[in-house]
Design a binder for this molecule. Sequence first.
Ligand code: HEC
Length: 252
Amino acid sequence: MSKTFLGILLVVAVAAVVPFGMIALSRSRPSPLRPVHPILDMVRQPKFKPQSQNAMFADGRAMRPLIPGVEARGDLAVSNEVLNDPSFPRLIDDRRSAFVPNSAEAYDRVLQGVETKAKGQKGWVEVIPLPVTADLIERGRERFNIYCAPCHGLSGYGDGAVARRAAEMQASGADTAAGWVAPTSYHSDEIRSRPVGRLYNTVTNGVRTMPAYDKQISVLDRWAIVAYVKALQRSQHAKPADVPETERDKYR
Ligand code: HEC
């Protein structure tokens, strides 16, 4: 091979690298030019920029105000409006004064779901900070059957449809059910002895393999569910004496 040929080969080899070098260089530098887009796809599409105008709306604003009553994710704390609802105050006041040893302020923080352990108090909140009426428990029953019963079962023994199916799959050796942990029954002495604040906390933040429900269930509904879980627990350990004399005939 002649020296000339080798020389040419070297020059060509070096020159072949130059375009790649240029591409790499231009990619790392800002450019005032529009990028070349052979296929436009969704790169450019009509849109309204923040603070711009849109003649389609009567007020001419492109940015639409929030619909009244809308709640952002994670912002489900009870609003003052709910606290000031005319149907609540008296019962709430009773509860508030019963909320010893905490202050009324601590009560409000708990009610609003800001904390489940009231300030200045060791341990969990032991009083449901809402009037426990038949309506509240009924609401809790309805929400419980939607959100909890699929795993924990309608009676809370941990035998919901999801749990039964998972157990079946585990028994048949399916990989997808390998990590499944059976939902806890509410009727063991341990779970029955749990203060309401701890139950509320379980629903709000989840526990070990159980997911949190704070995004799906509002603060009021979480307390309603807690009230219903307490009712379920009581129902499984009820004695005839718990039923008022006048009601007993109905259940004979
Ligand atoms: C997707 C299934 C699933 C749903 C839905 C579910 N749970 Fe659970 N729950 C579990 C599992 C699983 C455990 C046991 C977790 C563990 O031990 O890892 C558990 C545990 C619990 C415990 C015991 C907590 C503890 O400290 O041991 C309570 C109380 C509870 N759940 C309440 C609820 C309530 C109330 C709801 C409805 C808001 C609910 N769960 C919805 C699966 C579920």
